[in-house]
Design a protein around this ligand. Sequence first.
Ligand SMILES: [Cu+2]
Length: 126
Amino acid sequence: MGNKITIIGILVLVALFAGFVFAKSGSTDSAPITGNVVAGEIQKVVLSQADLNYKDSIVQAGKPIAISADGSVKGCLRAPSFNIGGKRYTKYLQSANDVLELPALEKGTYSFSCTMGMGRGKLIVE
Ligand SMILES: [Cu+2]
């Protein structure tokens, strides 16, 4: 009688262990990527020019940003320059394929300008 209970006990432990391992290996497949940002969730922003400035752009908070410029953006405005948290982000966007990458931002309005400080724009993060 005592042996039977021991064997049942061992079988229960083995079943629990197997279940634990199975559940653990199953959960790794759907494990979320840490942080607010899911890989591949980069939002694209295409800058346009209005008179001598940039048109306002609106993006979502918490997602990295890829900025490019359409054909309306001329001259030095093709080199937008952001100063965010003491760090400078700038790139000359020669063609529509050139991209200036910004990190995920918190809500707020981020002013930027061309590298010469003439043309100005606002990136509104909602
Ligand atoms: Cu300029």
